[in-house]
Ligand binder design. Structure first.
Ligand code: DHB
Length: 377
């Protein structure tokens, strides 16, 4: 997305990717685009397939032990979200970048970053058995939580804020037609479960489990039994089962490294921050970061002013911390915390009942879920 936005501003870039194109396009990740993200993609000319195939959701449902309550986003905020898989966004971006003649290199070997604190940083890249050197003005570290960019910053520069939760999600993709129009986030005494979808034929479901659990211990039967136990509703609705196409377990953490810049290296997305998944914010924050970064670089090249670049990290962090709060809050509200004292379990239930019964409380959830507005850089 950053490379595409830079291209629209007449700025050239090289994209290095460790994996193959097929791997990137098949990798199942998040699926909810904020109103703000859809606007960014549309304004960048990437709304075509998104507008045809994306599923418009005007609300979500919250569940408490089988009783459902709808949070009507559109009625409360005038906005909605769009369900469109991250890998679909990635496919659209790769196709568009290649059609525009981008220097997009898949299956790169080891990459090292050099002279980041000088005015002409460069990268050494192992590729096709040889090594290339790429010289540039700026390097954007968009290489995820486990990437090399953040690690290339000397010790003591970044302040790290981290919280690890005693929770994980087991996620599946199932060949079953969704039978609910909207997502259902269910708090249940057996643990949290989420009913989501990807298309008119595919459901996406998640179960709270313990971090470090082995997926091999979760047979398809066990997964469906647990999903049925947690998601079945008192009005008789239960999830439709189907062939499980993909399954995996993801641990949960909140993480922020600040600032997002050191010398000529600018971090974006998961390279700088991770949110737990319950607020559906990860992909959306990454899109907002690169929107700010493209704007900062556009001003640098076309206005000759480095002010935008100075504002990049603070602008991202203001948004990131609001999303951190929202993702932490959704996580705390919806999961079962086995070790929590009875007081906290009662308090949690009261809070959920409050959100399900108060219009102002539901509006606060809705406003954050559909995406807070972007600020001017
Ligand atoms: C999905 C993922 C989320 O983290 C979430 O909060 C809602 C939906 C999904 O993958 O569909």
């Amino acid at each position: 997305m950053l490379s595409h936005l830079l291209h629209l501003a007449g700025i050239s870039s090289t994209v290095l990717e460790a994996r193959s194109r097929a791997y990137c396009e098949a990798r199942v990740r998040a699926g909810v685009l904020e109103h703000t993200s859809v606007e960014l993609l549309r304004c960048a000319g990437l709304g075509g397939r998104l507008d045809r195939e994306g599923l418009r959701h005007d609300g979500i449902e919250l569940g408490l032990d089988g009783e459902r309550h709808r949070i009507p986003f559109h009625e409360l905020t005038g906005k909605h979200v769009t369900v469109y898989g991250q890998q679909e966004v990635v496919k659209d971006l790769i196709a568009r970048r290649l059609a525009d003649g981008a220097d997009l290199r898949f299956e790169c070997g080891a990459v090292s970053l050099q002279d980041l604190d000088g005015s002409r940083p460069w990268m050494r890249v192992q590729h096709d058995g040889g090594a290339d050197e790429i010289r540039c003005d700026y390097i954007a570290g968009c290489d995820g939580f486990h990437g090399i960019s953040r690690a290339a910053i000397p010790a003591g520069v970044l302040t790290i804020h981290e919280r690890i939760y005693p929770l994980a999600w087991l996620g599946i993709l199932a060949e079953a037609a969704p039978t609910r129009a909207e997502l259902l986030y269910m708090h249940h005494r057996r643990g949290f479960a989420l009913y989501s979808m990807r298309s008119p034929r595919i459901t996406r479901l998640y179960l709270q489990c313990r971090p470090g659990e082995d997926i091999a211990e979760w047979s398809d039967d066990r997964i469906w039994t647990e999903l049925q136990a947690r998601l079945s509703c008192t009005d008789g609705w239960r999830p439709t089962e189907g062939r499980i196409l993909q399954k995996g377990i993801t641990g949960m953490r909140s993480f922020v490294a600040e600032p997002l810049q050191w010398g000529r290296l600018l971090l974006a997305g998961d390279a700088a921050h991770i949110v737990p998944p319950a607020g559906a914010k990860g992909m959306n924050l990454a899109l907002a970061d690169v929107h700010y970064l493209a704007e900062a670089l556009r001003r640098f090249y076309h206005g000759g002013d480095g002010e935008g670049l100075k504002r990049y990290s603070p602008a991202c962090l203001r948004r990131v911390w609001k999303a951190q709060h929202f993702a932490w809050w959704m996580t705390s509200l919806l999961h079962r915390f086995e070790a929590a004292p009875a007081f906290d379990q009662k308090r949690q239930r009261a809070e959920l009942e409050y959100v399900m019964s108060s219009r102002p409380a539901a509006t606060a959830l809705a406003e954050n879920y559909v995406g807070l507005p972007l600020e001017a850089l």
